[in-house]
Each structure stands twice: as structure tokens, then as C-alpha cells.
Design a protein around this ligand. Structure first.
Ligand code: CMC
Length: 380
């Protein structure tokens, strides 16, 4: 049994964690025992960060102090902004730009990297506060606009939208975006969180872990799927096909439908249910139901085809893009927004793991040749 190979580490237990639990059979997600529905509807992203990082929901006074400390860390050094400009000018993709800029942030961190365990949460707070500033600056520069200085009086969600557009968001936009951040904050040992943990388990600093997490999240099998979903919806919109025809063609070509399927969920992702409801509210109030109609048609068709019953159901990425679109956020910023939220989970898991650290070092079954006879270079 010890030698049983688990491709993709499916179902392998590698750690104990108090942080989040995903029940893929019934479609339930909890952060420290709290149902994601309750948190998404009742708690701000700052409250969720506090919960993940400090173990309990904050009192009003604790939240005020925590949110103020976080907001005080939002500004980034001018050198980082100049690098962001250079990356935007070079046409870098947003997730790659975020990866580079996050790594660079460590140069301006006042803490000593050598104390990885002790400083993880303090440095993590700085990274979490600065990532929105980096992302908004990147987007502004790309649009030929100047970056907007963060406003410490706004919430984490509100300030990001403000830095992106230059105007304070209305309440609905701020609440919607805050809910999206809460929904994406943590999700067990997903690929990017595990990446950050592996790096953290070497007692490397948290900048390394978060930078690695960003890289893992960028892939189309993970966070990149939210952008892919929206690109499909745009492609359908620009073509004469109806959404169901697009899906039929994609499946005939052996392509996967982005936003469907999950390693853990065998039923519809609870986060997808919450975002679908949000999308419905937004579509009803704006009168623009296009994305809602397309996504509903695709989901209905794949349900009729038995895909959902087989366990390939809508995941969080199926609805998040349409919600971001209603906030006017560009498509290639969707995955960076996922990173902007999930960074909270990465840091929580790295800090938790480092409390009782053991180097993560699995092994592979060797299938290469044995006893190869070495031939010197000049005789080959
Ligand atoms: N469309 C069509 N078929 C699918 C899909 C899909 N989206 N997802 C899985 N399948 C099929 C797959 O072809 C395979 O069938 P078969 O056994 O006949 O070859 C079977 O389901 C199992 O797939 P798998 O790749 O072995 O399963 P996995 O647990 O490794 O995959 C996944 C999980 C998320 C990588 C996969 O479902 C997928 O590629 N989905 C599309 C991309 C996506 O939406 N990713 C976001 C995941 S949720 C948010 C996040 O974590 O970032």
C-alpha cells in the first residue's frame, strides 16, 4: 500500500488543517466551521482574512484595528510601480506581471526574511494589502492612465475598484466584489495553496510561497478557467452560434468546457450557486441578461446530457467572470482577482503549516533504465 501511486495526489492526505473543508459529495464549503453561504452574505473580506489568520471572527474593535493595519500597508514603492509600467509596456500578461511584482515587493519589506515562521503573517498582511495596488496600477498603465494612490478609508474591495477606475464604487459594486473576494479566499489544499505550502515547508519566506502560488493559479486547469469561461461567452456572442451549439462543437472536438468539473466537487460548487444568484440579481436590476442567458443555457444543456450527474458540474469559475463583467473589469484581470483573494488562504496555510513544520518531500516511482553503462563524452 505504501507504494500505491496516486496520480495528481488525488485524495492523498498530507496535512491536518483547521482552515477550510470542502465536502465534494454534498457541495459544502466551510472556513473554520462557518458555512461559505453565511460568510459570503454576512462577512466582509477583511473579516474572513481575520478568521483565517487569527482563528476566530473578529469583534467590531478587532476588525477596525485589523482593517486599519491592512489599509496602512497598501502603498507600494515607486520602484515597484516603475517595474509594473515596464511590464505593461512589454505587453506582459497580468498574472505574469503580478508574479514578478509580488516577488519584487520583498525587496522593500522591513522584516528579516530569515525568520520565516514568525514573520509569515506580518509579511503576509503586507503582501495582501499591496497586491490590489499592483494590479490596479498595471491595469491603469495599460489603459494609458496614471496609477491611483490607494485610499486607506475605503474597504479592501472598495479601494481596489477605486484604484482601478479612479472613482469610488457604488454600494452594489463594492458589496458584489467583496462577496467575490470572500468566496475565493480559501479552498482546502488546491494546487496553488499546496504549491505555497510546499515552498513554505522549506521555511522559505512567504514572498516565495505567494509568488509560487500565483504561478500555479495562473493555469487554465485552476484559476485561469474564469478567464476562459468569459472568452467562450464573448466568442459565442461574436459568432452566429448559440451557446449550446458552441458547447456541442467543443465537445465534438474533444475540448473541455471551462468552468465545469472539479477534483473535489461531484455536485455543483456552492460558490457557483452563490455567484449565479448574484448574477441573476445584477442582470435583473440592469436589464442586461445576456451572460445569464448564455450560462443558463450551457448549464441546462450539460445537465440534460448527463454531465452534471456524472459529477462534472459548474464550478466557481463558471459564474465569476459574468459577475466581474458587470463591474466593468477586463477579462484578463479575472484570474489576478482570484489571486488577490486567494492570497489570504495561501498565507493562512503557510503560517499554519509552519507552526508544526515538516519538509514536504514526496517521491516518484522510478521507471527509467537501470545499470546504464556510462560512456565518456569523446567516445559517444
Ligand atoms: N468538460 C468536459 N469533460 C470534463 C471536464 C470538462 N470541463 N472536466 C473533466 N472532464 C472529464 C474528463 O475528460 C475526464 O473524462 P475521461 O475519464 O472520460 O477522460 C473526467 O471528466 C475526469 O477528468 P480529470 O481531468 O481526470 O479530473 P480532474 O479531477 O483531474 O480534473 C479539472 C479537474 C478541474 C482539472 C477538470 O474538471 C477541468 O479541466 N475542468 C475545466 C477547467 C476548469 O474549469 N477549472 C477550474 C477548476 S475550479 C476552480 C479552481 O480550482 O481554480
Amino acid at each position: 500500500m505504501a507504494d500505491e501511486l496516486k496520480r495528481g495526489l488525488e485524495g492523498v492526505l498530507v496535512a491536518e488543517s483547521d482552515l477550510s473543508y470542502v465536502d465534494g459529495e454534498v457541495g459544502k464549503l466551510v472556513y473554520r466551521g462557518y458555512d461559505i453561504e453565511d460568510l459570503a452574505r454576512g462577512a466582509s473580506y477583511e473579516e474572513v482574512l481575520y478568521l483565517l489568520w487569527h482563528g476566530s471572527l473578529p469583534t467590531a474593535a478587532e476588525l477596525d484595528a485589523f482593517a486599519a493595519d491592512l489599509a496602512a500597508e497598501r502603498e507600494v514603492d515607486d520602484d515597484v510601480i516603475e517595474t509594473v509600467r515596464a511590464l505593461a509596456d512589454a505587453g506582459e500578461r497580468p498574472m505574469a506581471a503580478l508574479r514578478t511584482a509580488t516577488s519584487m515587493l520583498s525587496a522593500y519589506d522591513p522584516d528579516d526574511e530569515a525568520d520565516a515562521g514568525e514573520t509569515t503573517l506580518r509579511q503576509g498582511r503586507r503582501i495582501t494589502a499591496k497586491i490590489p495596488t499592483v494590479l490596479a496600477a498595471f491595469e491603469r498603465v495599460r489603459q494609458g492612465e496614471e496609477p491611483v494612490t490607494p485610499d486607506p478609508d475605503l474597504s479592501h474591495a472598495g479601494n481596489f475598484l477605486y484604484m482601478l477606475t479612479g472613482t469610488e464604487p457604488d454600494d452594489v459594486s463594492e458589496e458584489t466584489f467583496d462577496m467575490a473576494l470572500t468566496l475565493h479566499a480559501d479552498h482546502g489544499l488546491n494546487a496553488s495553496t499546496f504549491t505555497a505550502m510546499v515552498i513554505g515547508s522549506t521555511m522559505a519566506d512567504v514572498y516565495s510561497g505567494v509568488t509560487g502560488g500565483i504561478g500555479a493559479l495562473s493555469g487554465p486547469l485552476h484559476g485561469g478557467a474564469n478567464q476562459d469561461v468569459m472568452e467562450v461567452l464573448h466568442e459565442v456572442d461574436a459568432s452566429s452560434k448559440d451557446p449550446v451549439q458552441w458547447v456541442k462543437d467543443a465537445r465534438d472536438d474533444g475540448r473541455r468546457v471551462p468552468g465545469f468539473g472539479h477534483r473535489v466537487y461531484k455536485v455543483k460548487d456552492p460558490r457557483a450557486n452563490i455567484l449565479e444568484e448574484k448574477l441573476r440579481d445584477l442582470a435583473e436590476s440592469s436589464g442586461d441578461t445576456k451572460w445569464l442567458d448564455y450560462t443558463t443555457a450551457i448549464e441546462e444543456y450539460l445537465t440534460e446530457q448527463g454531465l452534471v450527474e456524472e459529477g462534472i458540474a459548474p464550478n466557481v469559475d463558471f459564474y465569476s467572470g459574468s459577475v466581474y463583467d458587470s463591474l466593468g473589469i477586463p477579462v484578463d484581470m479575472y484570474t489576478p482577482i482570484f489571486a488577490m483573494s486567494r492570497v489570504g488562504g495561501w498565507i493562512a496555510h503557510v503560517a499554519e503549516y509552519q507552526e508544526d513544520n515538516r519538509l514536504i518531500r514526496p517521491r516518484a516511482r522510478y521507471t527509467g533504465p537501470e545499470d546504464s553503462e556510462f560512456v565518456p563524452l569523446d567516445e559517444r
